[in-house]
Design a protein around this ligand. Structure first.
Ligand code: PMP
Length: 460
């Protein structure tokens, strides 16, 4: 007996949902909730849109995890990976292979860096690699005790123990502490809620100058590096004032500290230039890249250093002077071949310029929400936008998490995926995040703004 096709697919659907609940441990969610309402399962995607198992389409306003910069369904990326897998599926980079060589050279050309590229698989690993390089660099140059890494509150640098130590969001660290020693945190350039109680214009950029005090009080000779995202992303889209990053560069130069830019989100066009540091014209000593490097199609990340750092690892008379650090998959042939094709698309379609243009359009359209009683602050750079929601514009009391959740859910039900900063702590999860693929059209941008408007109004 043969079953009608719908019955079979209905059974497949039920059993997949059942298997999901029984087998898969999802990140960042309370599974009790998923036992009651299983998560949406996405089956297909194209351009800026994803389609779930029931055939419903969603405009992905956060590019997956702000990584699908070129949009979904680019068959030329699949072809590049497939061709490479057939040619040479794997070989470790203790020796070499051509896609990794070509990608390293391409990244240096784009970054206008004289230096070297080290590959790994995720943003967290790229940052771990940067921390180890920074400590070893100092140990081999000054023979110093420089081991401390400074990062900012609200920053996100990853989930592994070192990267989490730099991640300064209490809610993500709770229950995993104690973390790695030697990580210090300073206040972020958060003008809307200035940690120093100042107002931009008369603040002397205390968020930057106070870092110098931290360095002095810690003992500059103990500080190895400062790591910053050009724009704090997951911590609530915190855009620094224009003076801030140049001031950090000066402080680092004054005290011999390495400046690391975590460009895991800001790299590959997101902020309206190919790389985030180019927006402010500040050159860091190291850059970490992931996400947009493959537009999320395959895992890959990179830690890029200036040449003077690399040169500290070349003392042949010291058997421990090379970088004694390896990972199995970093820079694998398929990921690097795919990344080259991804970068070709970003360049030929001028996606950084597109992000600048469409980001400015989105920002202008969002201005129509500024009078809404819940909209406290709108922040943006390129195609990375955040809307901080408050219950009271005067006191800036954050909008309660359940209301923010209801706004995000409303948009989802209406076919638009909006992000929010990932805190479960009351009062720290009140920023909506919009970071669509860089190919977003005006019609898509209008849809995001229209649905957001409805969602905000639905909660009054
Ligand atoms: N740095 C930043 C700025 C990030 O946003 C993320 C991930 N959201 C990471 C590092 C860690 O990347 P991964 O999840 O690939 O480890």
């Amino acid at each position: 007996l043969t079953q009608p096709e719908e019955v079979t697919s209905f059974q497949d659907e039920v059993s997949l949902t059942q298997m999901d609940v029984e087998s898969l441990w999802h990140p960042m969610v309370q599974h009790k909730k998923y036992e009651r309402t299983p998560p949406k399962r996405m089956d297909k995607a194209n351009g800026c849109y994803v389609t779930d198992s029931e055939g419903k389409e969603y405009l992905d306003g956060v590019s997956g995890l702000w990584c699908v910069n070129v949009g979904y369904g680019r068959t030329e990326l699949a072809d590049a990976a497939r061709e490479q897998l057939v040619e040479l599926s794997y070989f470790p980079l203790v020796m070499s292979h051509s896609p990794a060589i070509k990608l390293a050279a391409k990244l240096l050309e784009l970054l206008q860096f004289e230096g070297k590229v080290h590959f790994s698989n995720s943003g967290s690993e790229a940052n771990e690699t940067a921390f180890k390089m920074a400590r070893q660099y100092h140990a081999q140059t000054e023979g110093s005790r420089r081991y401390k890494i400074i990062s900012r509150y609200r920053a996100y640098h990853g989930n592994t123990m070192g990267a989490l130590s730099a991640t300064a969001q209490a809610e993500r660290r709770a229950k995993y502490e104690p973390l790695v020693p030697g990580f210090l945190h300073v206040h972020p350039p958060y003008c809307y809620r200035c940690p120093f109680g100042k107002t931009y214009g008369s603040c002397n950029i205390e968020c930057a100058s106070s870092i110098e005090n931290t360095v002095i009080h810690e003992g500059a000779e103990t500080v190895a590096a400062i790591i910053v995202e050009p724009v704090i992303s997951g911590g609530g889209v915190i855009v620094p004032p224009d003076e801030y990053l140049p001031m950090l560069r000066e402080i680092c130069d004054r005290y011999g500290i390495l400046l690391i830019f975590d460009e895991v989100v800001s790299g590959f066009g997101r902020l309206g230039k190919m790389f985030g540091h180019q927006v402010w014209g500040v050159k860091p000593d190291m850059i970490t890249l992931a996400k947009g490097i493959t537009s999320g199609y395959l895992p890959l990340s990179a830690t890029v250093t200036q040449q003077h750092i690399f040169e500290a690892f070349l003392d042949e008379s010291d058997p421990t002077s090379h970088f004694r650090h390896i990972n199995t998959y970093g820079g694998n042939p398929a990921s690097t071949a795919l990344s080259l094709k991804n970068i070709e698309i970003i360049e030929t379609e001028q996606l950084p310029e597109q992000a600048a243009k469409m980001g400015a359009y989105l920002r202008a359209e969002l201005a129509t929400l500024e009078d809404h009683p819940y909209v406290g602050d709108i922040r943006s750079k390129g195609m990375l936008l955040g809307i901080e929601l408050v219950a009271d514009k005067e006191t800036k009391e954050p909008l309660p998490g359940n209301k923010v959740g209801a706004i995000v859910s409303y948009c989802l039900e209406q076919g638009v995926i909006i992000g929010r900063n990932g805190s479960t702590v009351p009062g720290l999860s009140n920023v909506l995040i919009i970071a669509p693929p860089l190919i977003l059209t005006k019609a898509d941008a209008d849809l995001i703004v229209a649905k957001l408007k409805e969602a905000l109004n639905s909660q009054i």
